[in-house]
Design a protein around this ligand. Structure first.
Ligand SMILES: Nc1ncnc2c1ncn2[C@@H]1O[C@H](COP(=O)(O)OP(=O)(O)OP(=O)(O)O)[C@@H](O)[C@H]1O
Ligand SMILES: [Mg+2]
Length: 232
């Protein structure tokens, strides 16, 4: 079974002379426990692809099936639940809420999903411990380094135990050591929890930590290859 399935997906922005064909027929299937790195030049369609995989956007043509469900057939409630509970998101600029401390940031997705603080906080603290930030639970984002903020964001992405994790340039703003730590955490999520991960990156070294590398250019997959992941 695939966690993620794209079938001949096209995404065109705008119309007529202004139309931009960001994706022009992309098919991709990702099973549980596979870590996929997506590489490609600026403007090749990587973020567009990730938005479709996160049900944050819809294809102009083709099908997106996530966690066994065709997103085109889901109503708003089901989509909100899918995004909140079944998909974790990690971004280049961390996207933590500045007024919340680390443990509150980690709890947030589960609280929005209707869980009680009591039931979520233990798990959030465990996850912060797992990412090496057990002693930073009460620090706000501005009191944390970039690498620490990104580790909080990973803990947050995992708090609902999602089967899908999507990351857009998660190491793009980090020094190489913090970047390597972040990649090790993604690797662990994939190996231990069988999370299906799709990570967009410009860093060939980061891509070598994945099980599979997909190169896209001008909205098309140029190359799609399995690889033995490199150790840190
Ligand atoms: N909302 C939008 N409206 C119109 N065009 C868009 C929109 N979003 C993206 N595009 C265009 O679609 C193409 C693909 O954009 P996308 O953001 O997916 O590229 P990318 O591979 O993520 O690039 P980068 O590496 O710079 O982040 C680009 O030509 C871009 O200008
Ligand atoms: Mg992008």
């Amino acid at each position: 079974m695939s966690m993620i399935e794209l079938k001949d997906v096209h995404r065109t922005y705008g119309e007529g002379h202004a139309a931009v064909h960001a994706l022009r027929g992309v098919s991709l299937s990702v099973p549980p426990g596979q870590f996929v790195a997506v590489m490609g030049p600026s403007g090749s369609g990587k973020s567009t692809l990730l938005h479709l995989l996160g049900a944050l956007d819809w294809p102009t043509r083709g099908e997106v099936v996530l966690d066994g469900k065709n997103v085109a057939r889901m109503d708003d409630n089901a989509l909100t639940r899918l995004r909140r509970e079944r998909i974790g998101f990690i971004f280049q600029f961390f996207n933590l809420l500045p007024t919340l401390n680390a443990v509150e940031n980690v709890c947030l997705p589960a609280l929005l999903g209707g869980k009680s603080l009591a039931s979520v906080e233990t798990r959030a603290r465990q996850l912060l411990g797992r990412v090496g930030l057990g002693d930073r639970a009460h620090h706000r984002p501005s009191q944390l380094s970039g690498g620490e903020q990104q580790r909080v964001a990973i803990a947050r992405a995992l708090v609902t135990d999602p089967p899908i994790l999507l990351a857009d340039e998660p190491t793009g703003n980090l020094d190489s050591r913090s970047g390597a730590e972040v990649l090790t955490l993604l690797r662990q999520a994939c190996d231990e929890r069988k999370v299906a991960i799709v990570m967009v990156t410009h860093d060939a070294g980061a891509a070598r930590r994945a099980d599979r590398r997909v190169d896209i250019k001008d909205g098309l997959i140029l190359n799609d290859q399995s690889q033995v992941p490199e150790s840190p």
